[in-house]
Write a protein that binds this ligand. Structure first.
Ligand code: MG
Length: 236
């Protein structure tokens, strides 16, 4: 496999997103308790989560923009209780800061250090992680966020835009991600090579996708990716 650049998914590829989201929900709840007590009482964490899910369902046009969904949900929670846009902005800031307090998987940074020395790296995410806030910006030549870009994985556009930024043909770029549909099938359909980061137990076959969408590589962690690429370079 002749790979000339690598793009990475972020959430659940470089760090687990669930603990960060939980912390963000708790931090938001505490912020509301201090600044918007009537809304905090009406929307404890479970109710806020349900509201956010409902807002997302009711506004499919912003399905690619989790930040917009969150701000809309905060407006729906706060404005009827007499709070204003300043409180919406403050609540979002509290949530978003905690959302970016991620803890990378142990294999992530050593792999990025090694891969960055050998390949241009890019990030392609449907989420709203802030690489500057997280402190990982320096690893990546660029990061494409579905919210800024205007469409999300698995549609080919965002993958092709990444290839254009790299000045490479899709077949020269390897996309690495955890999500079978968004990352593997999406990258495959755009013509990229794809590595499925499978930290769980399921096999690709068990997922039931059609055979042509199978990943080029299956890795259990990012250290394996470094090893496999080094081996394939050695025989290329
Ligand atoms: Mg992911």
């Amino acid at each position: 496999m002749r790979i000339r650049a690598i793009t990475f998914d972020l959430d659940d590829t470089l760090w687990p997103i669930a603990p960060a989201m939980l912390r963000a929900e708790q931090r938001l709840n505490a912020w509301l308790g201090a600044h918007c007590p009537r809304a905090a009482q009406a929307y404890p964490i479970d109710a806020m989560r349900a509201l956010r899910d409902r807002v997302a369902q009711e506004h499919p046009q912003i399905a690619h923009d989790f930040g917009a969904q969150r701000r809309l949900a905060l407006r729906a929670a706060l404005l009827p209780h007499g709070y204003g846009e300043d409180e919406v902005a403050g609540a979002y800031t509290a949530f978003y800061a905690a959302r970016n307090e991620v803890e990378c998987y142990a294999d992530a940074l050593p792999a990025l250090d090694q891969l960055k020395a050998r390949y241009p790296l890019g990030a392609i995410t449907n989420g709203n992680a802030d690489l500057d806030a997280i402190g990982l910006r320096h690893y990546f030549r660029f990061s494409l966020h579905a919210s800024d870009f205007g469409s999300a994985k698995p549609a080919p556009d965002i993958f092709l835009a990444a290839c254009a930024q790299l000045g490479l043909a899709p077949a020269e770029v390897l996309h690495v991600g955890d999500d079978p549909a968004l990352d593997v099938v999406g990258a495959h359909q755009a013509g990229l090579r794809c590595a499925w980061l499978n930290r769980g137990e399921a096999t690709w076959t068990q997922l039931g996708f059609a055979a042509p969408t199978a990943p080029d590589l299956v890795i259990g962690d990012l250290a394996q990716l470094v090893e496999m690429l080094a081996r394939s370079e050695a025989v290329a």
